[in-house]
Design a protein around this ligand. Structure first.
Ligand SMILES: CC(C)(COP(=O)(O)OP(=O)(O)OC[C@H]1O[C@@H](n2cnc3c(N)ncnc32)[C@H](O)[C@@H]1OP(=O)(O)O)[C@@H](O)C(=O)NCCC(=O)NCCS
Length: 277
């Protein structure tokens, strides 16, 4: 049986659980995720993102069948987590810069050589972070999130985790995207390559995004989460609420706006500094 088949059967039928067999499954899955050979989602030849739900099921099994373990450094620094998902062990040869101070990377995540992690930041299980990406302070790369090459995740940006249901698409950020400070990207949102999110943009599956350039409304449709088009420059916005009560108090609701598509000015503002890399 392949790893995929073993995970699918155990997920469906817990009576198949066997400690030795599970240790083997866990090791193979973690090794695959740590080296980037196994991913919770990946792009196919037609530019579509395919969710590997068996991988997400495998991660859920790690939680379910793991035992709480003492990872304390000493009696003052106490950490307890499932034995199946400790921190990711790096060596200097991995060529990832992890600046000292309060960051943590869970095992079962792939961090490409050349990635820079500024403290404090956190990368959760199932995440994939590709080369040249900068994860700034207080940023979160949530469960199974897929982050492309040369992405800038600015300070305090939150890339939400999507583990359940297993077939749900994780948050995906493609190559050369800039996520401004304090953004929140959740619920399977897909940010196509070279898009720019101005600081403070928050997107969930209920958000409506108004494209001022192409005069259209982008929203989650037919079970597909929101997709921000390639090169879009999205800034925080608001739209008026038209009920009498809302009119009385001048209320509006958050609605990010595509203000333009990337041009030279945007490129120069969001350029990655080679000296830092
Ligand atoms: C989006 C961003 C990159 C600007 O891109 P740009 O291509 O230079 O945008 P422009 O300056 O040409 O602005 C185009 C229009 O959008 C508006 N706009 C741009 N950024 C905006 C923002 N963040 N919020 C609201 N409006 C914004 C401008 O006022 C301008 O409006 P106008 O046409 O009415 O004059 C920048 O605003 C931003 O948010 N950068 C992220 C900063 C950050 O988080 N850094 C991280 C540090 S860790």
């Amino acid at each position: 049986m392949t790893l995929q088949e073993k995970i699918n059967s155990l997920y469906q039928d817990p009576t198949l659980f066997n400690v030795e067999e599970f240790e083997f499954i866990a090791k193979e899955l973690i090794n695959g995720l740590n080296t980037g050979k196994i991913r919770s989602a990946q792009k196919d030849d037609n530019n579509n993102w395919i969710v590997n739900d068996w991988v997400k099921k495998g991660i859920l099994l790690l939680f379910k069948y793991g035992n709480l373990t003492d990872y304390s450094i000493n009696k003052n620094f106490n950490f307890f987590d499932k034995n199946t998902i400790p921190t990711h062990n790096f060596t200097i040869e991995d060529n990832v810069r992890i600046v000292p101070g309060g960051s943590s990377i869970r095992t079962g995540s792939y961090i490409s050589p050349g990635v820079i992690c500024m403290p404090p930041m956190y990368i959760n299980i199932g995440a994939f972070v590709d080369e040249g990406t900068m994860i700034d302070s207080h940023a979160l790369v949530g469960t199974c999130a897929q982050i492309g090459k040369r992405v800038h995740l600015s300070a305090a940006s939150q890339i939400g985790g999507v583990l359940e249901p297993p077939n749900a698409r994780p948050v995906i950020v493609e190559d050369d995207v800039m996520i401004g400070g304090n953004c929140g990207i959740y619920e399977g949102t897909l940010i196509r390559r070279r898009a720019v999110l101005g600081s403070g943009v928050v997107i969930t599956s209920s958000t409506k995004i108004f494209d001022l350039v192409k005069e259209r409304i982008i929203k989650a449709e037919n079970g597909n989460p929101i997709e921000i088009p390639e090169g879009a420059v999205v800034v925080p916005g608001a739209r008026k609420i038209n009920t009498p009560f809302a009119e009385q108090f001048g209320l509006s609701i958050s609605s990010p706006i595509i203000i333009k598509y990337r041009d030279e000015k945007t490129d120069s503002k969001t350029a990655l500094e080679d000296y830092l890399r």
